[in-house]
Every structure is written in structure tokens, then in C-alpha cells.
Design a protein around this ligand. Structure first.
Ligand SMILES: [Zn+2]
Length: 115
């Protein structure tokens, strides 16, 4: 795995964590919640206060991620939206885009229903 793929995989792992947070927030009918920063620093444990609808905007594209202001990495991503509390960044390199699209949980086949 090369450096870009490693960083893309780190971000995809944080995205998986946030997908679980979004699911439990929906279940408890909450709205404002805290997601984890999806930057490529594997040691980053920062929380980002984001509403569920804001989070859904980030997840609209498989190549965009949620990061704290200042956590964007200029060499691998560009800021597409600055919301003050958080920023939405998009991967720029083709190799990283392929990796994060491949790892996007929303593109997997739908899970069987729980009923
Ligand atoms: Zn971070």
C-alpha cells in the first residue's frame, strides 16, 4: 500500500466510525451530535460538532470528508465548503479518489433489513 492509499484508508476508517454514529443518532431521533474528524492523521481523536443533516451533505459524495478547520491537508485534498465549525474537503488525486470510493460504505449492497 503506498502513502496516498494509506492516508485514504485512514480517512475511510474514520468515515466508517461516523456512519455508526449517524445510525445511532437516527435511532434516538437526535440531531446535533459529535462526529469524529475524518482527516488523514491516524492519531487525530478530535470531535466535530455537526448536525445529522450537515453530515448527510458531506456523505453525499464518496470523495468528500468532514474535517476540523486546519486539519485539511493541502497536498491531498481541497476545501469545497467552509462552515466555520467544520470544513468539507474533497480528495484530489485519482489514486485516493479510487480508494475512498471503493471503501465507501454507502456503495455496498444494502444490508438485510433487521425485521
Ligand atoms: Zn483531524
Amino acid at each position: 500500500m503506498n502513502e496516498l492509499e494509506r492516508r485514504a484508508t485512514t480517512e475511510a476508517l474514520f468515515r466508517d466510525v461516523n456512519e455508526r454514529i449517524a445510525e445511532s443518532t437516527e435511532r434516538f431521533e437526535g440531531n446535533r451530535t459529535e462526529f469524529v474528524c475524518e482527516c488523514s492523521d491516524a492519531a487525530c481523536m478530535h470531535r466535530v460538532p455537526v448536525s445529522l443533516s450537515e453530515y448527510e451533505e458531506v456523505r453525499d459524495e464518496p470523495t468528500t470528508f468532514l474535517v476540523l478547520p486546519g486539519h485539511e491537508q493541502d497536498d491531498i485534498e481541497r476545501v469545497v465548503s467552509d462552515r466555520g465549525r467544520f470544513r468539507i474537503v474533497e480528495k484530489v488525486q485519482a489514486a485516493m479518489r479510487r480508494t475512498v470510493v471503493r471503501l465507501d460504505p454507502r456503495r455496498r449492497p444494502p444490508r438485510p433489513s433487521e425485521s
